[in-house]
Each structure stands twice: as C-alpha cells, then as structure tokens.
Design a protein around this ligand. Structure first.
Ligand code: ADP
Ligand code: MG
Length: 362
C-alpha cells in the first residue's frame, strides 16, 4: 500500500499547485489498444480503434462532446462493458475479459454511490472489509483526514454538501490504493465554484496517493485544468492526444481547435513554415503546403481602432479579466480577445492584426 502524506491543504488555488504538469512517467500502467464497441441497435460503432497508454500516476482526461464514446470507453476499461475487439492491459496483465472486481481498478461515479444508511467512516471503511478491523478503521480515518473531512466521521451522507459527498466517495475509492481510478463526469453534480475547487483537490489526492486516473469530461476547461494529458474524442475515436498545452497550441483538426477553446478559421496558401492569408504572410506552427485551413486563437489577434479600418466591431462582452469582441470584416466575423483596459465600442471601425504563428489544420 502506498504511504500517504499527513495532510493536504485544500484551499490552494490552481495556479499555485506544487503538483504541476510533469514529464511523462516512464513506466506504463495501462495500455488500451484497438478498442471497439458496437451496440445492438447502433448503426455505427460507439467506440472504434481507440488506443492510448497511461503511465503510473498519470492523469488522463477523455474529452469530447456528448455521445462521442467516452463513457463506453471508460466502462470497457472498468469491465462493465465487453469490447468487440481490442485489448486492455494493466501493468502488463491482460484484463480485457476480467470482471470489474478482479481488475483492481477504483471508480468514482457521478452520483458518488455512497451508502445512505452508513455514516462517513463506515462508507470509507466499506472497501477495507478484508483488513483487520482496527487497521481498516485507522486507514479510513487517515483517508478522511487526507480529504479534509476529519470530524465528520459520524455524519450520514445526506447531511453533507455535494462537494463533501464527493470527497467521501474519493476517500473510499483511494483507501485501497488502486493503481488506477476511473471517473465519469465526477464533478457534474457540483455547482460551478465547488467544481473548480474540487477538481484541484482530486488531482492533488491522486498525485498524493500515486494513483493514476482516467477522467471522462465534456468540459474542456476541466480537462485543461486537471489532466497531465488529454485524449480528444470525436465520433467514437481518439483524434488527438497530448498535454494540455500541446493540444491547445497545436490542435490537429478544426474540430479540436473549436472544441478546446475557441478558434477563428481562415483560409490560406501554405509554403513550408509560412502561409499567405488575407492578413498578410504569417508564420506557421508546423509545416504545411498548398491550400489549408488555419486556426487562429482570439487572443492572437490585435484590435486597433482606425477610423479608416476595413472592419467594425459588431459585438462586445466585457468579462473583467479580458473582453471579447466580434469583429466583422467583409463576409467574415472574427472573435478577438483583448485585455480589460482599452475599450472599443460597438460600431467603431478597427483594423485586425495577427501577431503570432497560426496552426494549419487537417
Ligand atoms: P459519451 O459518454 O461520450 O456521452 P457514450 O459512450 O455514453 O458517450 O455513448 C456513445 C454512443 O453509444 C452514443 O451514441 C450512445 O447513444 C450509444 N450507447 C451508449 N450506451 C449504449 C447502450 N447501452 N446501448 C445502446 N447504445 C448505447
Ligand atoms: Mg458519458
């Protein structure tokens, strides 16, 4: 069993986390290859050719829109769904056809699945039934301290907030120190502020216990905030996998560029590392040739007030830390993000300038 640090602070903001992104761990924990699942009445497979590997202690987010096959993929890893094809290995052992309880994988469900008639301590102790009672009790208390719930041992789940229930569920799952924890939209029942706080706690807890995690989410911000790597899914397939910054800065397709953050799509004519566009010749993030679509992030565009400018502001949203502008230039409407300082009113004439390299899309 892994040793646990004595306590973790749960108030640390995301920006200050000491457990930042790190190099990929060398040791592979989970290997998923060629997974396929077609349901009886589906005309296309729910999951097809899904493959990825996960290192020990690594956190992977499966990110994609509703219906793209995230839950089905997770359920196959957990053993709740039998794949039509493909293999799943955990620490080198083929677990593809093992029942869930024989896999040694932990789960955190969306509704927490706590036992309502058991108190907090009994819920956490539940997974430790095979341990001697005194040892199980000590371990359960240690886990509750780790998730910041010491003192609430005797409470029943209904007397806890959603965030607290989520932590009990997590303490129960992590008490047995599983090498891998599967989580399907675990924060969706929490309000927005709790979600932001809880997801950092979950990340820290998994890092503290050394467990790897696969998190299913349709929320790109959540994936960016919590994951070491993100696998973006579309229509049953993983279409790009990489660190949050790799995927944000170098999206492979128009779908990824628009699903992770927002992107303006431009046409251009590429020649190696440069591309000709209606905004002039721009540097490319990777080489391309011929006619290409380009992704330009709203924060890569500069907005200059210019009474003789070719474009005009048609919408503006002040968001405090920055502001969004919708700018019409001919047929095209561009989304621009700029700092909170300057303010340009709707109807004013402007000039747009792209001040960064742009991404060629496949
Ligand atoms: P996600 O979690 O990304 O929203 P799912 O994995 O739940 O997606 O679903 C992928 C596709 O498979 C969807 O089209 C869904 O309707 C279908 N599907 C999921 N579970 C079943 C099932 N038990 N029977 C039939 N179709 C299913
Ligand atoms: Mg789902």
């Amino acid at each position: 069993m892994n040793t646990l640090p004595k306590a973790l602070s749960f108030k640390m903001p995301a920006e200050a986390t000491p457990l930042g992104y790190r190099a990929r761990p060398a040791k592979v924990l989970l290997e998923v290859s060629g997974l396929r699942k077609q349901f009886a009445h589906g005309d296309t497979p729910a999951v097809e050719r899904v493959g990825f590997s996960l290192g020990e202690g690594e956190m992977l987010a499966l990110l994609g829109p509703s219906g793209c096959g995230k839950t089905t993929t997770l359920r196959m890893i957990g053993g709740f769904e039998v794949p039509d094809a493909g293999t799943i290995t955990l620490r080198g052992r083929d677990i593809t056809r093992l029942p869930p309880e024989a896999r040694g994988i932990g789960f955190v469900f969306q509704d927490y699945a706590l036992f309502p008639h058991l108190n907090v301590l009994e819920n956490v102790r539940f997974g430790l039934r095979k341990m001697p009672r005194a040892k199980a009790e000590a371990r359960a208390r240690e886990m509750l301290a780790l998730v910041g719930l010491s003192g609430l041992e005797a409470r029943k789940p209904h007397a806890l907030s959603g965030g607290q229930q989520q932590r009990v569920a997590l303490a129960r799952t992590l008490a047995v120190a599983p090498p891998l924890v599967l989580m399907d939209e675990p924060f969706s029942n929490l309000d927005a502020a709790m979600r932001v706080e809880t997801r950092q706690e979950v990340r820290k807890l998994l890092k503290a216990t050394g467990s790897a995690g696969v998190l299913v989410t349709h929320d790109q911000e959540e994936a960016l905030a919590i994951a070491d790597r993100i696998a973006v899914m579309e229509a049953g397939r993983v279409i790009q996998i990489g660190t949050p910054d790799e995927i944000y800065l170098n999206p492979a397709s128009e779908f990824v560029a628009s699903f992770l953050g927002r992107s303006n799509i431009l046409r251009g004519n590429a020649n190696g590392m440069r591309v000709d566009t209606s905004f002039g010749t721009l540097p490319l993030s990777r080489a391309a040739n011929g006619a290409v679509n380009l992704a330009v992030r709203p924060e890569q565009i500069m907005l200059e007030p210019d009474p003789a400018g070719p474009a005009s502001v048609v919408g503006r949203e002040f968001r405090g830390h920055d502001q969004l502008y919708w700018v019409q230039e001919g047929e095209r409407c561009m989304l621009v993000i700029s700092g909170p300082g300057a303010s340009i009113g709707v109807g004013e004439k402007v000039r747009l300038r792209i001040c960064d390299c742009v991404v060629p899309l496949t």
